[in-house]
Design a protein around this ligand. Structure first.
Ligand code: F6R
Ligand code: MG
Ligand code: MG
Length: 378
């Protein structure tokens, strides 16, 4: 039986240059050094350090399973080293997502986000690594619905006998911290009745009934974990592709619709989700707009294989950066048009999120101040 491999994508915003924009190269370097040490210690099979906007992304492969203490500690320490470099340079929001002073066994609940999947590697294992900035995990719910439940997006659901079975979706209630597994297509309308509410529900995991795990999203609700606002989740998603699972193109197609997602400036606005390359992911318009990157890799005997020569060694990779292509210029232009339109609302809804979702508010203070002047209309 083939050995199981785990892919862990753990991310955090631990500081950046000029506000919430881009981690400094020195921060990336120390994170790489930390993971390289993890390789030497035999913890990792391979790793790749990248970023989306101001978020550092640690992609790791190993044989220790999901939620492994040593792997999470390695990621935590890599973020701590990067945060310490950020502090030395007095960068902005240094250490922002490291909510506790000491690691306590698992990064979940401590600030960083994690998407992890353990599976038996197929004869060939194409994977997409999606990374978002300035939005929450429910941003992926619409694309997931299209990729795994909509035959008008994924023709494979209709014409590929291996895809025809459908998928099980694990839906998380991020407010009450509950989770439920539902089956598509049988329960498709029930699934949509929940996840259409992007203020509360998000899809955590998608499972093919024969192939196993197909997609995993980081669903940690950062702004609910800390006492005060410390940043949006800026979620990541791993998707296994092809051979009965959705084709790479079927996974990417939904991102051609620049849907409105909550986040953006101060985590409090609706903006059009902007697909971009890693290099193009600096948030340069009103701290945004919310963005998403898509990297293509192969998992090859546990190693990460991109376009680099096969003997490049661990940590040195060149994934296919899908949204760098000029096809996506059209979507980017459309997204910008929508985002500029949404900005026209200024501090009015629906340009801003509902009062419950605002991550900054002065309303309680304003109401308190006005209390003596508030007159009853009865
Ligand atoms: C959104 C984000 C930024 C900040 C904004 C204000 O996720 O990171 O839009 O919310 O720049 O930041 P502070 O309060 O740190 O000045
Ligand atoms: Mg930030
Ligand atoms: Mg961010």
């Amino acid at each position: 039986m083939p050995e199981k491999i785990t892919v862990s994508l753990i991310k955090a915003d631990v500081g950046s240059v000029a506000g919430h924009s881009k981690p400094h190269p020195r921060m990336m370097e120390v994170a790489r050094n930390a993971l390289s040490k993890g390789m030497q210690d035999g913890l990792l099979v391979d790793y790749y350090v990248t970023r989306c906007g101001d978020d550092m992304e640690l992609l790791m492969t190993h044989r220790k399973g999901e939620n492994d203490k040593e792997i999470h500690e390695l990621a935590w320490n890599a973020f701590m080293s990067a945060a310490s470099e950020a502090k030395k340079m007095k960068l902005y929001a240094a250490g922002q997502d490291l909510l506790t002073d000491a690691f306590s066994g698992n990064v979940r609940g401590q600030g960083p986000g994690a998407a992890e999947m353990e599976f038996e590697e197929r004869p060939t294992e194409p994977m997409l690594v999606l990374m978002a900035d300035k939005c929450g995990p429910s941003a992926y719910s619409l694309p997931i619905s299209k990729i795994f439940m909509d035959p008008f997006t994924t023709t494979g659901l209709v014409i590929d006998p291996r895809a025809h079975l459908g998928y099980d979706l694990e839906v998380v209630d991020v407010v009450d911290h509950k989770t439920v597994v539902m089956s598509s297509p049988a329960e498709m309308y029930d699934i949509l009745a929940l996840i259409g509410d992007t203020t509360r529900y998000a899809v955590k995991r998608v499972v093919h009934r024969e192939v196993g795990v197909a997609a995993v999203v980081s669903t940690e609700k950062l702004n609910m974990l800390a006492d005060k606002y410390v940043g949006k989740d800026d979620p990541v998603m791993l998707v296994r592709c092809q051979s009965g699972l959705p084709a790479v193109g079927e996974v990417l197609q939904p991102f051609a619709f620049p849907q409105l997602v909550a986040g953006w400036m101060r985590g409090s606005h609706y903006g059009a989700w902007y697909p971009c390359s890693v290099d193009g992911s600096d948030p340069s318009y009103h701290d945004g707009p919310p963005r998403v990157c898509a990297l293509g890799i192969q998992i090859s005997n546990g190693r990460i294989q991109g376009l680099e020569p096969p003997d490049s060694g661990p940590g040195v990779h060149e994934p296919l950066d899908y949204f760098s292509g000029s096809e996506w210029d059209y979507v980017r232009n459309k997204a910008m048009e929508i985002s500029i339109y949404m900005r026209g609302h200024g501090p009015f809804m629906p340009g801003i999120v509902s009062p419950d979702e605002l991550e900054y508010t002065t309303r309680p203070d304003v109401l308190k101040k006005l209390e003596p002047r508030m007159k009853s209309m009865d």
